[in-house]
Ligand binder design. Structure first.
Ligand code: NAD
Ligand code: MLT
Length: 523
């Protein structure tokens, strides 16, 4: 498989990729060049420069995953990727501290006129009066967006004895208390804060979050910082407020158009600017490159990833518990589907024991992938499986119970098709998947690629003839399990075989006296 890296990322990430796959680095590609090239690659890694548009995504016929070495995915058409079943991942934690430190650096540089004073002195001027600054101690900092970076900025500003106001509609009062900040509204921040810093993503709701109407009521002399995304603070309105003296200064790292050579802010002395440097530290670039590379390698090997934008989030501690259950969940889904056939209308998935203490939504995706793949082929993945299931009007019911049922954790899938039901359940023993139930029968089967599952009468001389048929056809039997409820009633036989059997062999098995039904399963 081939990976294209189209923006510069740290060598340490590239090395991880190269150990497993072919990697091409081609930075600075024009849109047409990227579209012409992307068709050869299974994975694409970008920072913020490459625009991963719908056209790029559609041209990426082999694309399975797009990795963003950083937080913001506003340069990637995530909806287009999701429709095509392409996973989009990012590396949200790796540059948090760097971005928070840059915000504080910008706030201090602005407060003490450091960039202007530096430029003046290098121009051979010794002007001490002109660059009189202000202290931040005792001042009020308004933080809009109290996520990873906003919270780290708040903590650092508290260390400099600033008072913190914050606005974030998704942050609880408990979290605000824990951080020692006062939760309020944007308009209250605008009226009361000496400094305002924004740390939200750029969305429809946050575009122009601070604009003309806010500058009209802003505390006179306030200072503005944007190290999040260009456009959260309206650039024209900010430039006007600086010129009118409403705003004493602004420190901006991110712009609506980058580079911002036509921005109205570039001409203003009281506005200091950096070229999107928030995450540009050695540490952050190593962190994000390693995180994205590890996730891409995992994903291309069919393992789950921790920071998928278009899939449910898995916390690292949950991942440790859930990881072995992903292949199990897929196998249970597939096995169940082989036993009942397609066109089932309802899937009930129940999780018991330790796994039920975690967010099991990603495991449900694995079950759905297993259910759909035998019919729809390898194009089904964790991203598009729920979309496909919805399109096919398959009802999905998920339930959890922390009480274990004999195993520390168990996943059970029940399919319903026109009144008929099929149940398969499994667990993990050590690190190995085990199927422990088919319908009402208790079994203990290590699932293998090829299996024959047969229902039969619990009488002598049934299993032997089936094995003879396989032997005569040179099919090696690697394992066998029989489950029954009452002696002489009905039983189930699961044969692990080393190769596929054709319809004729299966028909011979079905013809053995006492066999009720036999199915080939290919996991
Ligand atoms: P995060 O997801 O941890 O935090 C974002 C916060 O914004 C969340 O708590 C969310 O609840 C909040 N939010 C969303 N909508 C909001 C709204 N309408 N009003 C107020 N709050 C809202 O993200 P993060 O890692 O802290 O990153 C924050 C921003 O910084 C992102 O835009 C990211 O792209 C940017 N960033 C920039 C640089 C840089 O180089 N300058 C580096 C890293 C991150
Ligand atoms: C991010 O969202 O992570 C930043 O903008 C930093 C970057 O582009 O590397």
């Amino acid at each position: 498989m081939k990976i294209l890296v189209s923006d510069p990322i740290s060598d340490q990430g590239v090395e991880i990729l190269k150990k497993e796959f072919d990697v091409d680095i081609a930075t600075g590609l024009k849109p047409d060049e990227l579209i012409a090239k992307i068709g050869n690659y299974e994975a694409l890694i970008v920072r913020s420069e490459t625009q991963v548009t719908k056209d790029v995504i559609n041209a990426g016929k082999k694309l399975k995953i797009i990795g963003r070495a950083g937080v913001g995915v506003d340069n990637i058409d995530v909806n287009a990727a999701t429709e095509r079943g392409i996973i989009v991942i990012n590396a949200p934690e790796g540059n948090t501290i760097s971005a928070a430190e840059h915000t504080i650096a910008m706030m201090m540089a602005m407060s003490r006129n450091i960039p202007q004073a530096n430029a003046s002195l290098k121009g051979k001027k010794w002007d001490r009066k002109k660059f009189m600054g202000v202290e931040v101690r005792g001042k009020t900092l308004g933080v809009v967006g109290l996520g990873r970076i906003g919270a780290e900025v708040a903590k650092r500003a508290q260390g400099m004895e600033m008072n913190i106001l914050a606005y974030d509609p998704f942050i609880s009062p408990e979290r605000a208390n824990e951080l020692g900040v006062e939760l309020t509204t944007v308009i209250d921040i605008v009226k009361r804060a000496d400094y305002i810093t924004v740390h939200t993503p750029l969305t429809k709701e946050t575009k122009d979050l601070i604009s003309t109407k806010d500058f009209a009521v802003m505390k006179k002399g306030a200072r503005i910082i944007n190290c999040a995304r260009g456009g959260i603070i309206n650039e024209e309105a900010l430039a006007k407020a600086v010129k009118e003296g409403i705003v004493s200064g602004a420190a901006i790292d991110v712009f609506v158009t980058e580079p911002p050579f036509d921005s109205p802010l570039i001409e203003l002395d009281r506005v200091i600017m950096t070229p999107h440097l928030g995450a540009s530290t050695e540490e952050a670039q190593i962190n994000v490159a390693i995180s994205v590379a590890e996730q891409i390698v995992n994903s291309l090997k069919g393992l789950p990833v921790k920071n998928a934008i278009n899939m449910p989030y898995i916390k690292p501690d949950a991942m440790q518990v859930l990881e072995p259950y992903f292949p199990l969940a897929e196998k249970i889904g597939k096995l169940c589907m082989y036993l009942i056939g397609s066109n089932y209308e309802k899937v009930e998935i129940s999780y018991c024991g330790e796994i039920a203490e975690h967010n099991v939504a990603p495991l449900t995706l694995a079950v759905l992938k297993g259910l759909l793949e035998p019919v729809l082929g390898p194009g089904v993945n964790y991203v598009n499986a729920p979309i496909i299931a919805k399109e096919r009007k398959i009802k999905i019911i998920e339930s959890k119970s922390k009480t274990n049922q004999g195993y520390s954790s168990q996943i059970a899938v029940k399919l319903t098709k026109k009144g008929e039901e099929k149940i398969v359940s499994g667990t993990i023993v050590g690190k190995e998947s085990r199927i422990v139930q088919i319908d009402e029968y208790r079994i203990d089967v290590v699932p293998s690629k090829y299996m024959i599952v047969a229902r039969h009468k619990d009488h002598p001389n049934i299993i032997g003839p089936c094995c003879i048929i396989l032997g005569k056809n040179n099919i090696n039997i690697a394992g066998m399990q029989v489950g029954r409820i009452t002696a002489g009633g009905e039983a189930i036989m699961v044969l692990n075989i080393d190769s596929e059997v054709d319809e004729a062999i299966l028909d011979d098995i079905k013809a053995v006296s006492g066999i009720i039904d036999a199915k080939l399963v290919v996991l």
